[in-house]
Design a protein around this ligand. Structure first.
Ligand SMILES: NC(=O)c1ccc[n+]([C@@H]2O[C@H](COP(=O)([O-])OP(=O)(O)OC[C@H]3O[C@@H](n4cnc5c(N)ncnc54)[C@H](OP(=O)(O)O)[C@@H]3O)[C@@H](O)[C@H]2O)c1
Length: 340
């Protein structure tokens, strides 16, 4: 028996909304509606907006004026691809869930809402339960950071600590996302904007080791996160800025996160989001200090596709999940849609 195709709503018709649109069209998953904030995208057909060479019959609506109640019974899930912050996205979650839609969100904070924003997470959970729908984060961390950590610890009979290290190419997702991690700033600017007060990446990355430990059955007792600029001792060319950055300029952000647990097992993450030197490959590595001692390294080509397809492939799991926040560790390993 074939399962019904998920019926989608896209909330945020930017770069990644385009990937979701193309994947849905390829798989024949209906796109019921699309929303964005006011601006030139409103009133455009998604096919025209994403240069697909044809209209697809879905016109972008202004999220402030649209009638969300019309979605009830017509769509299964809202795909929110708009901002990393739960507070910014909350209005979208509210509109979609009140219309009876499950929500999957691409925002970095949505992977583990109780860890990234403990004030708003219970509100999202209550909203989902009250409307009998589920909520989950999704994207590139799913398989490459979260499930990789859970799976690599699987064969252990003893566990002392887990350590993640990674490098991510700052230029992979365009100028806006590159600037949001401090590329091109002086060390003083970086420190004032991102260390002295919370910047856009604060509160997200620490939830990776946190979620992995929770997924492995441990109870985190303390979570620490530190941000610092990454600097090279040689100049480097930045294509998106179309200029050379002198040695000592920030080429991105380093996040160092540490988690302690009641059981004594610890996890850490040493994550660099930065410009790449010639020949470097985006990768993520977990090392488990236990019995057996284990390592896994995942290399990522085409990470824009990777993050959106990870989000997309989770859609059936989120629709099938029980009401409330469902973190990825509860959903089982992700499955491909290549046969769909
Ligand atoms: N989960 C992950 O692992 C992961 C990985 C990479 C990126 N991300 C995140 O994914 C998100 C989407 O990225 P993107 O490259 O697609 O961004 P984008 O191209 O800027 O698209 C965002 C879209 O959302 C719209 N929007 C912004 N705020 C809105 C609001 N308050 N109400 C309604 N619409 C709003 C924007 O409208 P305008 O046209 O008016 O700007 C734009 O169309 C970003 O937050 C990014 O950091 C997550």
């Amino acid at each position: 028996m074939s399962t019904p195709k998920p019926r989608l709503v896209i909330y945020g018709t930017g770069q990644f909304g385009g990937y979701i649109t193309r994947f849905a069209l390829d798989k024949g998953w209906p796109i019921v509606a699309a929303f964005n904030r006011a601006g030139p995208k409103i009133g455009q057909d998604l096919g025209r907006l994403y240069k697909l060479g044809r209209d697809i019959g879905v016109v972008v609506q202004d999220c402030e004026t649209a009638d969300f109640s019309a979605l009830r019974g017509q769509a299964d899930i809202g795909v929110v691809v708009m901002s990393d912050q739960l507070t910014t996205n909350f209005g979208a979650y509210e509109r979609l869930m009140k219309a009876g839609l499950n929500v999957i969100c691409h925002g970095g904070e949505s992977y583990f809402p109780f860890g990234s924003n403990p004030a708003i997470a219970p509100k999202i959970d209550e909203l989902a339960k009250a409307n009998q729908v589920s909520f989950s984060g999704g994207g590139i961390w799913d398989m490459s950071r979260i499930w990789a950590g859970i799976l690599v610890a699987g064969p252990c009979t003893e566990l002392r600590s887990l350590r993640q290290t990674s490098i991510t190419d700052a230029q992979r997702n365009g100028l806006a996302q590159m600037l949001s991690i401090g590329v091109g700033e002086t060390v003083e600017e970086f420190t004032a904007k991102r260390v002295a007060k919370a910047g856009p990446t604060n509160s997200m990355y620490k939830t990776i080791p946190q979620q992995v430990l929770v997924g492995l059955g441990y109870t985190p007792t303390a979570v620490r996160e530190k941000l610092e600029p990454v600097v090279f001792d040689q100049p480097i060319w930045c294509a998106l800025l179309d200029k050379e950055l002198t040695a000592g300029t920030s080429v991105g952000t380093r996040i160092i996160a540490e988690v302690d647990t009641a059981e004594g097992v610890t996890a850490s993450a040493h994550i660099e989001l930065r410009l790449f030197r010639e020949g470097e490959v985006e990768h993520m590595r977990w090392e488990v200090d236990g019995m057996p001692h284990t390592r896994i390294r995942i290399e990522r080509d085409d990470s824009s596709h990777f993050t959106c397809s990870s989000l997309f492939n989770r859609i059936p799991d989120v629709i099938a999940a029980p009401p409330g926040i469902q973190e990825l560790y509860k959903l089982g390993p992700m499955r491909h849609t290549a046969l769909a």
